[in-house]
Design a protein around this ligand. Sequence first.
Ligand code: DAH
Length: 353
Amino acid sequence: MSGFLDEIEPLKQSALTQLQAAPDAAALEQTKGLWLGPNGRFTALMKQMGTLSKEEKPAAGKLINAAKVELESALNARREELELAAALPKEPTDFTLPGRRRALGKLHPLTQVTDDIVRAFRKIGFAVADGPEIEDEYHCFDALNTPADHPARDSQDTFYIGTNTASGLAALPESDVQRDPARGKLLRTHTSSVQIRVMKSQPPPVRIIVPGRVYRRDNADATHNPTFHQIEGLYVDKNVTVGDLKGTVEFVFRELMGNDVKIRFRPHYFSYTEPSYEIDFTNALVKRMGKDWLEIAGCGMVHPQVFETVGYDPEVWTGWAFGFGIERIAMLRYGINDIRLLYENDVRFLKQF
Ligand code: DAH
């Protein structure tokens, strides 16, 4: 009996040593089999219990069970150690390596140009106003003194909405639109409609700009797209002159495009301004394109009829208004030769700006 009991401790010690030395999970399982498996050396020892006398058994059983518990917990501890080691990176981490950069997005060139124009106008006291893209004929045309037979009102030029569209030829008083809001709805053809909405909502003076999307029935080509963007400006106060208009436009273009910019006003016709002008623009880039001037905006002094319509006294108030195409300015600024590039959202194009 004493021989049997004396065997337990040394066997347990060598089993512990081997388990703790197992270099990986496979070796550990193999060592486990060697000692604790059906034919394992420790299992064999337990089987010898059968040969012991009734008096000897309890003490021997106690010793063997304690040893088995110890071996199993050593086995589990080594298994966890090995799992943890396997989960760690093989190479030590080098904290001095440069970081991996994630590609950052940026603002679309049209948004950048719009933001810059807005910033330039804010410097001289203009606020940003907004209006709906789904407009009605009243705000888009009638209230802007646009005659019933004006080509802009033609369904060839304008996206009318719904079945209940006006002919596109009949002038529509605001009362009609209010009685039947579906009547004469359209996608606004210009941001000028917001002039009416702002003047109707507040007394003069007014100093606003309106960046926004507009829609026209145009086939897309290098210089046209059925949706594009404009910035409208409106300034109403006492004693406003064309000189104020010209000075303001010149200031903003110099802010945007640099000091070599030149501006020219050419007489034109818009029904909501009198007199009206088109603004031509030139700088080194325009010259390089082989041109003397590029047409860039429409403008003029607010027509007295428009003031009457919104309830401003035309004998007291004067003002100017303009509308620029934002794409045109972006194309000039960045030397982009096809407007469609601005809508394709190809990252190879966009990341250049
Ligand atoms: N609405 C005109 C257009 O889309 C541009 C324009 C011309 C706006 C004269 C104005 C203006 O405010 O006074 O072509």
